[in-house]
Design a protein around this ligand. Structure first.
Ligand code: MLT
Length: 256
């Protein structure tokens, strides 16, 4: 699978993996704001944005292998890998599959643990509704929990931006990754084996993945550092790009 991607800048490669059900445009503030210090690469995962969908189930490992193939195509041996939420699940799968290709890790608004039974059931409901109702119908419902109240008031433009982003996703791709998330393993044991610098970013108002989950992950990462951004929800890179980019800038300095 040849992933579609955008890149900007030169130097240390930084691959940023978007969340669900989004695409590479989640990372526009990083493509612009970090390209003076890194070669920022933002792919559309299989079934999102302009990358074609595979029907059925797409696992986090499959997404990680796609990212590895993209790096091969671009002649990149090692990179800092960052991911937000589902992108974090993919980044952890990448860390497990290709530890030698990992120069640093950025885990944003994500978790290492697997889904429990009720969450797995919800994944199947989301997959079915995506196919039956279409993404334009689901977009307004899905946007609401992504942003903090403070962001919704201060940046109403982001609501439209996100509704459009979610609304244009391919239902088959959304369904396949929803099912893939449901069967991802618990990667908590992996965290202790990550030998590269790792930055964990959360928002104090993230109601989808509580900051406590980020604290727990950081405690297990040998070279982990936590940044919690006040009044920010699930999409820290978009809601507080300056604070987010400052934190990533710090990690890139450590890696270089
Ligand atoms: C995401 O933003 O990628 C999703 O909230 C991840 C999830 O549903 O677990």
């Amino acid at each position: 699978m040849k992933l579609h991607f955008h890149e900007q800048g030169a130097g240390l490669p930084l691959v940023l993996i978007h969340g669900f059900p989004l695409d590479h445009t989640l990372w526009l503030p990083q493509l612009h704001g970090l390209s003076d210090v890194a070669r920022v690469i933002a792919p559309d995962l299989r079934g999102f944005g302009n990358s074609p969908a595979t029907r059925g189930t797409v696992t986090m490992e499959q997404h990680a292998r796609d990212v590895g193939q993209l790096m091969d195509r671009l002649g990149i041996e090692r990179a800092v890998i960052g991911g937000l939420s589902m992108g974090g699940y993919v980044a952890l799968a990448f860390a497990e599959l290709f530890p030698e290709r990992l120069a640093g890790l950025v885990l944003c608004n994500t978790r290492a643990v697997a889904d429990g039974g009720p969450a797995r059931k919800t994944r199947e409901t989301v997959a079915r509704r995506a196919i039956e109702e279409g993404m334009a119908a689901l977009a307004p419902i899905m946007v609401h929990p992504l942003l903090a109240d403070v962001t919704r008031k201060a940046r109403p433009d982001l609501i439209g931006h996100l509704e459009a982003m979610i609304g244009r996703q391919d239902p088959a791709g959304v369904a396949a990754s929803s099912r893939g998330m449901a069967i991802r393993p618990d990667r908590t044991p992996l965290l202790g084996q990550v030998q590269v610098p790792a930055l964990v970013i959360t928002g104090s108002s993230d109601t989808l993945i509580a900051p406590a989950e980020s604290e727990a992950m950081t405690a297990r990462l040998p070279k982990g550092q936590l940044v919690s951004i006040p009044d920010v929800g699930h999409l820290s890179c978009l809601e507080a790009p300056e604070a987010f980019n400052r934190a990533v800038h710090g990690l890139l300095g450590q890696v270089a």
